[in-house]
Design a protein around this ligand. Structure first.
Ligand SMILES: [Zn+2]
Ligand SMILES: [Zn+2]
Length: 253
């Protein structure tokens, strides 16, 4: 089997469809129930940029019959899981059959171990509340730039997908920075029995040809969203000011 490797959904799904002849494919929580003689692929996505892209990928995966784990940041510079829209999208991803995990950022954790444990517990509770689902897995955001987590997540009954046990038993590959360090995901099906595949939705959903092109598309998409949200605000405030019989010049918005 030799595919043309690129960052397209076509390649993502042809690889998984080929793999499913031999592998059980599913979200990372399946690692906890892994059988000895089974071949497994654990699918995971770190949602670093956009919940819209995450939902698009979640819908495509569901159409193809694949389910994975979407790791959500509570401290993103680019999206807000607490917003009405963010919450709706996260619940939708769950309703499609995917798992939600906590994408933690250690820059928001205390150096005091006990405090930091409480903070992780709270973040899990918040994400469970937002997603109306059970959160049992966690992944670190930009581990290359941030401190390693001090808390032992096992003690909190949380699977650390970068923890020692899973990394020992399961071959790990990632597309971070839109670059496969050890070659494309399709290259490892023949020589590994268990694989954790981390992909970031942004690099896949638009079938883009470069990191630059993808980031430009993201800026365009977010500007449109922003203009739309401002439009909503204008409508709301116009209704309010009209009801209040505000002077005409106040309605020039
Ligand atoms: Zn490939
Ligand atoms: Zn991340």
């Amino acid at each position: 089997m030799k595919f043309k490797c690129d960052f397209t959904l076509e390649h993502y799904f042809e690889t998984l469809e080929h793999a499913q002849k031999e592998f059980q494919i599913g979200p990372v929580k399946k690692f906890l129930k892994k059988q000895e003689n089974e071949k497994n692929i654990f699918l995971r996505h770190d949602v670093d940029f956009s919940l819209d892209y995450a939902l698009e990928l979640a819908q495509s995966e569901e159409k193809h019959g694949f389910y994975s784990t979407y790791f959500i940041l509570l401290h993103s510079d680019f999206y807000n899981p607490y917003s009405v829209k963010g919450r709706e999208i996260i619940k939708k991803i769950v309703s499609l059959g995917h798992e939600i995990g906590l994408h933690y950022d250690t820059r928001f954790l205390s150096n005091d171990m006990q405090k930091s444990k409480e903070q992780i517990k709270n973040q899990v509770l918040i994400l469970e509340d937002i997603s109306s689902s059970c959160v049992r897995s966690a992944s670190p955001h930009i581990p290359s730039e941030t401190q390693k987590i001090g808390v032992n997540l096992n003690e909190l009954n949380i699977l650390n997908v970068r923890g020692e046990k899973i990394l020992r038993d399961v071959f790990y590959i990632s597309d971070s920075g839109r670059y496969w360090r050890n070659g494309c995901m399709c290259n490892h099906l023949e020589n590994q029995n268990n694989i954790q595949i981390l992909t970031h939705p942004i690099w896949w959903v638009e079938n883009s040809r470069s990191i630059k092109k993808q980031l430009d598309l993201f800026i365009e998409k977010e500007s449109t969203n922003f203009i739309y949200n401002i439009g909503d605000y204008k409508k709301m405030v116009t209704r309010l000011l009209t009801e209040l019989n505000a002077p005409k010049e106040n309605l020039e918005i």
